[in-house]
Design a protein around this ligand. Structure first.
Ligand SMILES: Cc1ncc(COP(=O)(O)O)c(C=O)c1O
Length: 432
């Protein structure tokens, strides 16, 4: 799929890095793993010099465009005055103010460096606040690499047991077996199952954590009323509702899914689009809950206010606030979603479109998908076949069908046209 330099770098990399990458998700397989040279705007070039329209956008952080000048110049200006101090600076206070202004449910916030760190801290705070240990999460949702929530994320769904009594499946060796005691898993969008589990265990559950849509499983949307049911039941049983907006935050609306769905969780987590690619994350929520931090509740980190991350967030949020950036992305993304749907329709191939214009996916062979179990029934072989053909023609969605397509401000109408032309051609070929 890629050229000779890619192959030789993969060989070198595999000598010194497990699988030749620094994150398992970046390994696509022997001889088919991309290695990147550079990226600018909506484009990316591999080490063999081939150019792609990039719909991966680093798994979602790049909301404006790669190397966006106004963000990069702010970062450069700031890092020339020191990168890290173990003291608080005014810029991070301004970032915290902007997050609390933009995110409807966030009254107080702490910064972090990655989504993993943000959800790990939020879960600890929720446990400390409630004095309870159990986490309820949904199958197919991913909340980062820590042991607390790395359960039933991307295993084959056959391992999950019956939907009425799901088996939590650790996504890795090395997670202590005893942690299973602290996790309950359920299919996403299962109203009846959720109500039943809350009736049985609600008073032992510290937190119900969910992505608003399944950002790690084809961006499957919440069914009408599902997030509202979580809000209602968590209130009833005194559990902390954590909305993991690591993928949706500052992407589907300036106020993320909270604004989009008009829902107020107790806590929310952010990373990705917050910094247009610079290493910054945040978790926050109600003052009453966040205020316990520092009063017997630990949170910290040497790099939590790293200047590139903080300056990246400052510049990104300032731009999102001052220009209709997400509206522009929405318009172009909608055209791409509609165009792709038309192509499948014209070829008589059933397809379920999921997600939002800024972050969407599609499941081939299905007309609707509401959870990971249903998604696994889609034609993932055809999806992958199409991705490989698209990449050969310079259009790059992720190789993994669970990962949504992401759009940024710099994706142009011409990029959308080119992508639709490529898909019109390859869908016809694959159908033959
Ligand atoms: C919803 C969600 N939460 C948490 C994380 C973890 O974020 P990070 O990779 O920055 O640790 C991710 C990463 O994809 C995510 O999609």
């Amino acid at each position: 799929m890629f050229g000779s330099k890619t192959q030789s770098i993969q060989e070198r990399a595999q000598n010194v890095m497990p699988l030749g990458v620094n994150s398992n998700f970046r390994y696509w397989g022997e001889g088919i793993t991309p290695y990147v040279e550079k990226a600018k705007g909506s484009y990316l070039w591999d080490v063999d010099g081939k150019k792609y329209i990039d719909y991966r956008l680093a798994f979602g952080p790049v909301i404006l465009g790669h190397s966006y000048p106004e963000v990069d110049s702010k970062v450069i200006e700031e890092i020339q005055r020191g990168v890290l101090f173990a003291m608080t600076g005014e810029l991070e206070v301004a970032v915290a103010e902007m997050i609390t202004e933009m995110a409807p449910a966030v009254e107080m916030v702490r910064l972090a460096c990655s989504g993993t760190e943000a959800t790990m801290h939020a879960i600890r705070v929720a446990r400390a606040y409630t004095g309870r240990d159990i986490i309820l999460k949904f199958e197919g949702n991913y909340h980062g690499m820590h042991d607390h929530a790395l359960w039933s994320t991307y295993s084959p769904v056959e391992a999950y047991g019956n939907r009425r009594s799901p088996i939590p499946v650790p996504a890795s060796s090395g997670i202590p077996k005893s942690m299973r005691e602290f996790i309950i898993t359920l299919p996403f969008n299962d109203f009846e199952g959720f109500e039943r589990v809350m009736r049985s265990y609600g008073e032992q559950i510290a937190t119900v954590i969910t992505e608003p849509c399944q950002g790690n499983c084809a961006a499957i949307n919440p069914r009408d009323g599902f997030l509202q049911l979580i809000r209602k039941k968590t209130e009833e049983y005194g559990c902390v509702f954590i909305l993991d907006e690591v993928k949706t935050g500052f992407r589907i609306a300036n106020g993320g899914a909270q604004e989009y769905y008009g829902i107020k969780p107790d806590m929310a987590t952010y990373a990705k689009a917050l910094g247009n690619g610079y290493p910054v994350a945040a978790f926050g929520g109600k003052k009453e809950i966040m205020s316990i931090i520092g009063h017997g509740v630990a949170q910290g980190g040497t790099y939590t206010n790293n200047k590139p991350g903080v300056a990246g967030a400052y510049a990104t949020l300032s731009l999102l606030k001052s220009k209709p950036i997400l509206k522009t992305i929405e318009k172009r993304g909608q055209r791409l979603m509609d165009g792709l749907k038309d192509i499948f329709d014209e070829n008589d191939i059933p397809v379920a479109m999921t997600g939002y214009p800024a972050m969407f996916s599609f499941s081939i062979g299905k007309t609707s998908v509401t959870n990971q179990r249903e998604w696994q029934e889609s034609d993932r072989e055809m999806y992958l076949h199409l991705v490989e053909k698209a990449i050969a023609k310079g259009v790059m969605p992720d190789h993994d069908a669970r990962e949504p397509w992401f759009l940024c401000y710099e994706h142009s109408d011409a990029d959308i046209d080119e992508t639709l032309n490529v898909y019109a051609e390859i869908v016809k070929e694959v159908k033959k």
